[in-house]
Design a protein around this ligand. Structure first.
Ligand SMILES: *[C@@H]1O[C@H](CO)[C@@H](O)[C@H](O)[C@H]1NC(C)=O
Ligand SMILES: *[C@@H]1O[C@H](CO)[C@@H](O)[C@H](O)[C@H]1NC(C)=O
Ligand SMILES: *[C@@H]1O[C@H](CO)[C@@H](O)[C@H](O)[C@H]1NC(C)=O
Ligand SMILES: *[C@@H]1O[C@H](CO)[C@@H](O)[C@H](O)[C@H]1NC(C)=O
Ligand SMILES: *[C@@H]1O[C@H](CO)[C@@H](O)[C@H](O)[C@H]1NC(C)=O
Ligand SMILES: *[C@@H]1O[C@H](CO)[C@@H](O)[C@H](O)[C@H]1NC(C)=O
Ligand SMILES: *[C@@H]1O[C@H](CO)[C@@H](O)[C@H](O)[C@H]1NC(C)=O
Ligand SMILES: *[C@@H]1O[C@H](CO)[C@@H](O)[C@H](O)[C@H]1NC(C)=O
Ligand SMILES: *[C@@H]1O[C@H](CO)[C@@H](O)[C@H](O)[C@H]1NC(C)=O
Ligand SMILES: *[C@@H]1O[C@H](CO)[C@@H](O)[C@H](O)[C@H]1NC(C)=O
Length: 482
């Protein structure tokens, strides 16, 4: 009958209320009661726990079986004793007795122990089964170190040691860094300020229970930024070159910007120059940034090597080149490394080495086509031909006569003057002291005795003139032979 009363506890609210009033009267009458020290308990996984409990059986009843169960007393159902449950056997111990104390002890609490527990007892009276209403609500919690969601380098950080439910007893906390205990016994640990180098591991402990270790995920702007180049070594024009920027940052850098000198030339972790050219030489930097800052790398100097190009020959002094003067031919070219080896050719033959080819006392034989060849370790190049035209006054002047031999009156005779000069000469013919003609040749058709005499030719250009030796014409009379 009394069991029925207790069962009705599970009924609707109005009914329960009536029943409660009834119970209190019954309790007063029968004088039975169960008192749980705490209605709810929060404890750490792995810890030991005692649920304190006292009770008074009804008078004239003798308790035959006091036990704890997870089941509410309902009609006809069995209420397994916790001590018989394989899940609990050996881990729980009934500390109470059969008339007053009903405490229960957990040697080690498991996560699965989270539940409601009821103290129940059976007496020697028929139907004498009693259960303490409400039971004890056991929460099992873990310890964990709570770290602020965002930690930025330089922040003052507070770590908190937290059970999920509020522990029934306020315990003493212990903090550990890299496994060694620290002096703080509070549930919070202050770190001020934190550096991004902080790789320390922290955990907290309570009553022999330890939280998992945490390390701080400290956010910071880019640092130790550097630029590398691939391939390493010499960079020759036409090759492909990749610059890579790397920097340490948290969160990792997403934005890289490349600069040549002061102007931005690209974005991205790498910057590739396909077919690099000499104009790509210069200083390169990269800038990396994340939400916490930005940083520039040191400058990396790119020195693009290339064979000689844009080669030209200059002549000094400029203007006309007179025989006997001195002359410098200078070869200039662009190359990296700068051209060291210059060779000079006249036609196909090598005539000199060196950037400047000095010609002293130039003579007519020096006229011709000159080229210079430049080379560095990456190649060679030959200049356009430069034509040297050496100017000089007439020389080696001579007069010849045709036909050769004795000259008969009435015949035709041609005198030819030749001389060597640059530019070409003008010729003048002189008989005795008077000028008789112009041109390279002087022809006398039908020569007569009056044409006898000494002939000279004068050869002249703007650089000078020269008179030939005299040629004596001796005209024979035909009549002399006959
Ligand atoms: C308990 O038992 C005694 C004697 O055996 C009796 O006098 C008393 O009335 C009983 N009390 C109740 C509540 O039954
Ligand atoms: C129950 O036990 C009490 C005390 O030992 C005794 O007085 C009572 O007679 C018993 N009742 C029954 C029904 O055995
Ligand atoms: C961190 O704490 C130190 C010492 O208490 C204080 O001087 C400093 O201003 C704090 N810094 C920040 C960012 O709160
Ligand atoms: C310990 O923690 C409590 C609450 O978290 C705080 O009120 C108290 O000031 C702390 N004590 C020390 C010494 O930090
Ligand atoms: C803790 O250990 C980390 C490596 O796990 C180390 O970098 C750090 O310096 C240590 N801190 C201390 C205070 O020993
Ligand atoms: C990265 O670049 C994008 C586009 O240029 C810009 O919108 C973003 O704010 C940049 N982020 C950072 C962290 O600088
Ligand atoms: C060649 O050199 C001259 C003189 O140094 C310069 O003016 C010209 O721009 C250069 N040409 C090329 C193609 O580099
Ligand atoms: C040729 O070069 C040499 C050496 O540089 C110099 O001394 C000389 O005066 C130059 N001659 C001419 C004609 O420019
Ligand atoms: C330059 O000339 C020197 C000596 O003539 C020679 O040993 C060297 O190999 C040449 N260098 C180049 C790049 O032609
Ligand atoms: C003069 O010219 C002739 C014929 O052209 C030549 O044989 C001779 O070698 C020249 N002499 C000089 C000194 O140039």
């Amino acid at each position: 009958m009394k069991a029925d009363l207790l069962i009705s506890l599970r009924m609707s609210l109005t009914v329960s209320l009536m029943v409660l009033l009834f119970i209190s009267r019954v309790v007063a009458q029968d004088g039975w009661a169960v008192n749980y020290n705490s209605k709810s308990v929060c404890t750490l996984k792995g810890s030991a726990l005692t649920m304190e409990c006292t009770y008074t059986p009804p008078s004239n009843h003798s308790v035959q079986k006091p036990f704890w169960t997870k089941e509410l007393v309902t009609s006809g159902s069995e209420h397994p004793d916790l001590l018989d449950d394989p899940e609990y056997r050996g881990r729980v111990q009934y500390l109470g007795d059969e008339h007053r104390d009903c405490s229960l002890r957990f040697k080690t609490v498991r996560e699965t122990d989270q539940s409601k527990y009821y103290f129940t007892f059976i007496t020697n009276q028929t139907g004498g089964k009693y259960q303490g209403a409400g039971g004890v609500d056991l929460s099992v919690t873990d310890l964990q170190v709570e770290v602020p969601e965002r930690v930025i380098e330089g922040d003052n950080v507070t770590l908190t040691c937290k059970p999920i439910c509020s522990l029934t007893v306020r315990p003493t906390f212990t903090w550990y860094r890299n496994g060694s205990s620290l002096s703080s016994s509070n549930d919070s640990l202050h770190l001020q300020p934190v550096s991004s180098d902080n790789k320390d591991r922290y955990h907290c402990g309570v009553l022999g229970q330890n939280s998992p270790e945490v390390t701080l995920n400290i956010r910071y702007g880019p640092k130790s930024i550097s630029v590398s180049i691939s391939p390493s070594g010499e960079i020759v024009e036409g090759s492909s070159v990749t610059l890579t920027c790397s920097s340490d940052a948290n969160p990792p850098v997403q934005n890289y910007t490349w600069f040549k000198g002061t102007s931005s030339v690209g974005k991205g972790e790498t910057y590739t120059m396909k077919k690099i050219s000499s104009v790509d030489s210069g200083e390169y930097k990269c800038r990396s940034s994340n939400e916490h800052g930005e940083k520039f790398s040191e400058a990396l100097t790119l020195n693009v090597l290339y064979p000689p190009k844009n080669i030209s020959v200059s002549i000094s002094p400029s203007g006309e080149i007179m025989e006997g003067s001195s002359l410098n031919l200078t070869c200039s070219s662009d190359g990296n490394p700068p051209v060291q080896n210059y060779t000079w050719f006249k036609g196909a033959s090598l005539v000199a080495e060196g950037e400047t080819y000095t010609m002293k006392k130039i003579s007519s034989v020096d006229s011709g086509q000159y080229k210079c060849k430049c080379s560095n370790e990456h190649g060679e190049k030959v200049s356009e031909a430069l034509t040297l035209n050496v100017l000089y006054p007439p020389k080696n002047i001579s007069v010849s006569v045709s036909p050769y031999g004795e000259i008969m009156e009435g015949r035709s005779v041609t005198l030819t003057c030749s001389s060597d000069a640059n530019p070409p000469v003008e010729y003048n013919w002189i008989k005795g002291t008077s000028s008789v003609g112009k041109g390279e040749t002087y022809t006398m058709k039908k020569i007569s005795s009056v044409d006898r005499g000494e002939y000279k030719c004068r050869s002249s250009n703007k650089h000078g003139e020269k008179l030939s030796e005299a040629l004596t014409l001796n005209v024979l009379c035909e009549s002399v032979f006959y």
